[in-house]
Design a protein around this ligand. Structure first.
Ligand SMILES: C[S@@+](CC[C@H](N)C(=O)[O-])C[C@H]1O[C@@H](n2cnc3c(N)ncnc32)[C@H](O)[C@@H]1O
Length: 389
């Protein structure tokens, strides 16, 4: 299916299910869609924990569940499925290439390189960190590489690694958001997991300056975004807030068990605090600043002392701590179930955002393909946008 047709259909479907994916379940005691779909609400409440954990990380499974109540949502599934890009074998990159790279990162870089086509032109590695990606490209493609990175220490370590590997890779220490001389005409720009404003800037500048090609795996679409997302391409109509953009990237498939436990406790305790706040006469949810991780390592009562002091509420008497902690865990139980509905649309939103970028480049004369470069288990940010003049 052409990218434009895919975007139009996804745009229409996502707009019509806005009430499913836009509201954040922790803000409401019962989701507003529950009035229209009471049987769905009931079915979700009865789900066992294991199914809840699975469905919150499985958009296709969650959409299938939703489709048993609201059959038309099934039309989204084929629109969010993108082909895995063909891979080519990498030349053996020599003994020095993988020094200092954590295992998962190394596998992501190798998968990314195996899925992109050389242009036989100089390469720009945008927001390169220590330049592991650029180093592998210099080794595999035998082309000069510039690695652009803001952090001086990363540039210095990257330059030392490049020297050790004996490759033509030089670091440019610069701010990707303001630098005027990069990317360059006729060069091939690559970016692996450059966050929202960083990949958006690369696309705009590459299209303007006449870059020969681009290979980008976007991530963190919400970073640097305005309160309301300004679409890149001319056909995109969906109105997205920054929280909607964040929804596109909130999977935890690569989270460790310890992180998951802390996240669960964090949600339950914050909802316990919300229950106490509501009991103190405030009947709507209010945003609060991020909670320091250290506050989640003590007891719930200590957590509430920090929170009430910071948020200007009366101190919770210790005798009531168990009651509000239990209320928090009970609300977490519901919120996790209602979140399945919202999370069902996560991948579709991410694909919509990537299509917006892809069509922007298509509208500027590039030939564009959108696919995946690795399995989701390696990284959920596995979309690869490739553009050639
Ligand atoms: C998520 S890391 C990705 C690094 C590398 N591409 C990779 O996949 O290993 C993002 C990198 O962008 C860099 N960065 C963040 N803001 C930047 C900016 N404004 N200009 C240049 N680099 C930036 C960070 O220092 C970090 O090294």
């Amino acid at each position: 299916m052409r990218l434009g047709a895919r975007q139009r259909q996804l745009d229409t479907l996502l707009a019509s299910y806005h009430s499913f994916w836009h509201p954040q379940p922790f803000r409401e005691l019962v989701p507003s869609w529950g009035n229209e779909w009471p049987a769905l609400l009931d079915a979700l409440r009865k789900l066992p924990d294991a199914a809840v954990a699975r469905l919150n990380d499985d958009s296709v499974g969650a959409l299938s569940l939703l489709a048993t109540h609201c059959p038309d949502v099934a039309a989204i599934v084929p629109l969010m499925a993108l082909p895995q890009r063909a891979v080519q074998a990498l030349p053996v990159p020599g003994p020095f290439w993988d020094w200092e790279i954590p295992g998962r990162k190394r596998a992501q870089i190798e998968a990314f390189v195996a899925a992109i086509q050389p242009e036989q032109r100089p390469v720009l590695d945008w927001c390169s960190g220590k330049g592991h990606l650029g180093r592998l490209l210099a080794l595999a493609w035998q082309v000069p590489v510039h690695s652009l990175e803001r952090d001086a220490a990363l540039c210095e370590s990257g330059q030392a690694l490049a020297q050790r590997a004996g490759v033509a890779q030089s670091f440019v220490q610069a701010d990707a958001l303001t630098c005027a001389s990069w990317p360059r005409r006729d060069e091939h720009a690559v970016a692996l997991h450059a966050c929202g404003h960083l990949h958006r800037r690369l696309l705009r500048e590459a299209a303007e300056c006449g870059a020969s090609g681009l290979d980008v795996a976007p991530c963190c679409y919400h970073l640097g975004a305005a309160d309301r997302y300004l679409p890149f391409s001319s056909g995109a109509r969906l109105d997205l807030t920054r929280d909607d953009l964040r929804l596109a990237v909130t999977e935890t498939v690569t989270a460790k068990a310890r992180e998951t436990r802390l996240r669960d406790r964090g949600l339950a305790w914050k909802l316990g605090f919300d229950a106490y706040r509501r009991r103190s006469g405030h009947d709507t949810y209010r945003n609060f600043k991020p909670v320091p991780e250290s506050w989640l390592r003590g007891t719930f009562f200590e957590f509430m002392q920090h929170m009430t002091a910071r948020e200007g509420l009366p101190t919770l008497p210790q005798v009531h701590a168990d009651e509000f902690e239990a209320a928090g865990w009970q609300r977490r139980h519901d919120v996790m179930r209602f979140s399945i509905v919202r999370h069902a649309f996560r991948r579709a939103l991410e694909v919509w955002l990537a299509l917006d970028l892809a069509l922007y480049l298509e509208q500027r004369g590039f030939e564009v393909t959108l696919g995946t470069f690795c399995a989701r288990t390696l990284t959920p940010r596995n979309l690869l946008l490739s553009a050639r003049r």
